[in-house]
Design a protein around this ligand. Structure first.
Ligand code: KG4
Ligand code: ZN
Length: 329
């Protein structure tokens, strides 16, 4: 069994995963609510909250799995990218546990973890495939080869998709995190009422840009004024959400076409979005392409996905990891 730890942002996470990385036996996520009143994640607050919670979250993950420490064969932890202080709390906990138990330690890249959530979702899945990662910090498309090496095909030139949703939601006076708040506000709204721009539409371009979309919402809100904005809220939210979803699905389907991918994987927090899921399900069915999108709780940050990346990640033998650090990028 693998004990996995993830603390790269504002969720304190631990999970127990089968050794083959294909089944989660537990998956504990403590979401820090301390940030809500600031309207965004405050790095120093995140580090302190991780420190307070990490031991309890690890204990709960073992208890939920019905496992004890003697059954753990490897400890895995997110080492990059993320908030440096937040990452270091997870890395220190993982090093301490692995050292005390004389186990190897597996340093996992958070983005590879997001993609690996697909293996927990459909345990028969084998690469190659094309993967979209859309989260609060990243938006990129990768070609994942037979050996699970990830090759970058395109990425955002400015904001990440989740960031665009979070900032849009903030402009609309909705809560944080913005993605789920925007999705709720968009219910019953007309997605075609406002024509928000989708950037970089050229056929061979697999990059994204969301800064124009954000600016366009800002000007629209100035035009409308406060009262009309309130009345139009569901339509504004629906049209804005639709523009983000169109950008993501258009580029992913284009990548599938250009790379003749028989399988598409969608990962990261934004993959929890219901409109994105419906849109891609419909299009992939038409094209006869297999689509793997983890359930929402495996799309947003969690430690089970970090455990799922272990079979594809070189381990560091005991005790060579004592000098291991984290990296923000
Ligand atoms: O992967 P994640 O949990 O953390 C990062 O690594 O960034 O992604 C968080 C992002 C946030 O921007 C959040 O607004 C977005 O995922 N998100 C959603 C939904 N749930 C979370 N966006 C759209 N619809 C959702 N249901
Ligand atoms: Zn993430």
């Amino acid at each position: 069994m693998i004990l996995a730890i993830e603390t790269s942002c504002d969720d304190t996470c631990a999970a127990v995963v089968e050794t083959d990385g294909r089944r989660a036996l537990s998956n504990v996520v403590h979401t820090q609510t301390e940030h809500h009143r600031y309207g965004g994640v405050v790095p120093e607050v995140a580090s302190r909250a991780h420190l307070e919670r990490i031991d309890g979250v690890i204990e709960t993950s073992l208890a939920d799995a019905g496992a004890d420490l003697a059954q753990i064969e490897r400890v895995a932890v997110t080492v990059r990218p993320g908030l440096i202080g937040a990452l270091l709390v997870g890395v220190a906990a993982a090093k301490g546990l692995a050292f005390a138990l004389r186990l190897p330690l597996v340093p996992v890249n958070h983005l590879e973890g997001h993609v690996a959530a697909a293996y927990l979702t459909e345990p028969d899945l084998r690469p190659p495939f094309v993967a979209l990662i859309a989260s609060g910090g990243h938006t990129a498309i990768y070609s994942v080869d037979n050996s699970h090496n990830m090759h970058l095909l395109g990425e955002t030139l400015d904001d990440a998709a989740g960031e665009a949703l979070d900032k849009g939601a903030r402009m609309l006076g909705l809560g944080f995190p913005g993605g789920p708040a925007l999705q709720r506000a968009a219910q019953g709204g007309d997605r075609e009422r406002y024509d928000f721009p989708v950037a970089l539409k050229e056929r061979y371009n697999l990059d994204f840009s969301f800064s124009g979309l954000k600016t366009s919402l800002l000007y629209k809100l100035k035009d409308l004024g406060e009262e009309r904005t309130r009345e139009e809220l569901p339509h504004l939210a629906a049209s804005y959400e639709a523009a983000v979803v169109e950008a993501l699905s258009r580029k992913l389907l284009r990548a599938a076409d250009l790379h003749e991918a028989p399988v598409l994987v969608v990962a990261g927090g934004v993959a929890a979005n219901a409109l994105l899921r419906r849109t891609l399900e419909r299009e992939c069915e038409k094209l006869g392409v297999r689509l793997v999108i983890p359930p929402p709780e495996l799309c947003t940050d969690n430690a089970a996905m970090i455990g799922a990346a272990v079979p594809h990640t070189p381990a560091i033998a005991y005790p060579d990891y004592l000098g291991l650090s984290a990296r923000s990028i």
